[in-house]
Design a binder for this molecule. Structure first.
Ligand SMILES: *Cc1c(COP(=O)(O)O)cnc(C)c1O
Length: 405
């Protein structure tokens, strides 16, 4: 049976049971559910006033003047590549250790994804790793804010400026994070995700934030068939429903039944981030005595972490069990976990086709390959209790002590 007790209990010392503990649960509460019902009752369930409110809130939160709500961050990546005219002959630098959507969109645009290695302790790219990969065909850099930490943006934007190459920050993990006192989104063009696993979730959804009005206009147009305005604008502004196609576009708008869920959580974003921080602190403290299990490092430059994922690296020699077995053994103990991410260049399509399509890769990806086999994401969501964290750590210790294979 579906248990409602987890929703909005938000209590750090809730009673712990041995029921399945998932990797994540959305931070939706009863108010959000009621707001959703109101949207359904209103009769306007697709893109409408909740989208407009969401875009306004995100603009205020990030400081970005232009915000476009979308059906996913992947859709946003598709459209931003189009807006920047990325196509055949172009190269786009991005890590292999990220979600597959970025490389997929680059490939589908006809361009070449150039994979850059990551720091094995933070899983993020640096300007030093990017620079040697830049050549005359490089048209875009897509670095990833990883697990809720912020990238070293100053160095990356300095490099981009030096070579006059645009940057699109993959901020799917970073809503609510900050770099040097400024929110992620305050610097340039970003894509945030509202997918079910993300800190602020709409079920599915994405947000483009930018300072570039041309990018914003193109994305706004392309997300709805290439019409100058979307359905809501037409209704509100009384424009003709026969608005013309300016260029052939897609269908990537966000329904209001999704937008309203994100809006509700945004009201509590500081509390959501703080709750995650407390849980991660407890994990880190308890795991510090478990040999062979190492949480990611926290970058030393000033930033605010939004604790999207609790990632640990599993050293099979020291821990006695490898990452894949750990995932299986946790599952047997009714605990969910995940991998963020499997390196893209090692996945079937890229493994089999990269060299034929694009030639030899420009660099080695040693760190990516090593950490790609070791990273494991542990349960982390705001309705977890400290007891849930203890349960996970006890399970990990039990697995280590039994040295099961
Ligand atoms: C989730 C995620 C995406 C894609 O977001 P969607 O909204 O699911 O399309 C892109 N990059 C990273 C790093 C992600 O974690």
């Amino acid at each position: 049976m579906y248990t409602l007790y987890r929703i909005s209990t938000n209590s750090l010392d809730k009673h712990v049971t041995d029921e399945f503990l998932p990797l994540c649960r959305p931070a939706t509460d009863e108010n959000d559910i009621n707001a959703l019902i109101d949207v359904v009752r209103s009769g306007w369930i697709t893109t409408g006033p909740k989208n407009a409110a969401l875009e306004k809130e995100i603009s205020q939160l990030t400081g970005a003047p232009h915000v476009v709500a979308l059906s996913s961050a992947t859709a946003g990546m598709h459209l931003v590549l189009k807006a920047l005219n990325i196509g055949p002959g172009d190269e786009v630098i991005t890590p292999s250790l990220t979600w597959v959507s970025t490389a997929n969109m680059i490939c589908l645009a006809g361009a070449k994804p150039v994979f850059v290695d990551v720091d094995p302790n933070t899983l993020m790219v640096s300007s030093e790793q990017i620079e040697p990969l830049i050549n005359k065909n490089t048209k875009l850099i897509i670095p990833v804010h990883y697990a809720g930490a912020a990238l070293e943006l100053d160095a990356i934007y300095d490099l981009a400026k030096k070579y006059d190459i645009p940057v699109v920050e993959d901020a799917a993990h970073a809503l609510g994070a900050e770099y040097k006192g400024k929110p992620i989104g305050a610097r340039g063009t970003c894509l945030f995700s509202l997918h079910a696993i993300k800190n602020i979730s709409a079920g599915e959804g994405g947000l483009l934030t930018t300072f570039d009005a041309k990018i914003a206009d193109a994305v706004r147009r392309l997300k709805f068939h290439g019409l100058g305005v979307d359905a809501f604008d037409r209704k509100e502004q009384g424009r003709s429903p026969q608005a013309e196609v300016i260029e052939p576009g897609f269908k990537y708008n966000l329904p209001d039944i999704c937008a309203v869920l994100a809006l509700g959580q945004l009201n509590r974003i500081d509390a959501i981030t703080e709750k995650r921080r407390v849980l991660v602190e407890h994990y880190s403290h308890l795991l510090s005595t478990v040999s062979g299990i190492t949480p990611l490092s926290i970058p030393s430059y000033p930033h605010k972490h939004c604790h999207h994922l609790m990632i640990v690296k599993v050293d099979p020699t020291e821990f006695g069990v490898d990452r894949n077995d750990l995932i299986e053994l946790l599952k047997q103990r009714n605990i969910g976990s995940g991998i963020h991410f499997r390196p893209i260049h090692q996945q079937k399509y890229y493994r089999e086709n990269y060299v034929t399509l694009y030639g030899e890769p420009n660099t080695n990806l040693n760190h990516t390959e090593l950490v790609g086999s070791q990273i494991c994401s542990l349960p982390l969501f705001p309705d977890m209790s400290l007891g849930d964290v203890e349960r996970v750590v006890e399970a990990i210790k039990d697995i280590a002590s039994k040295n099961e294979k």
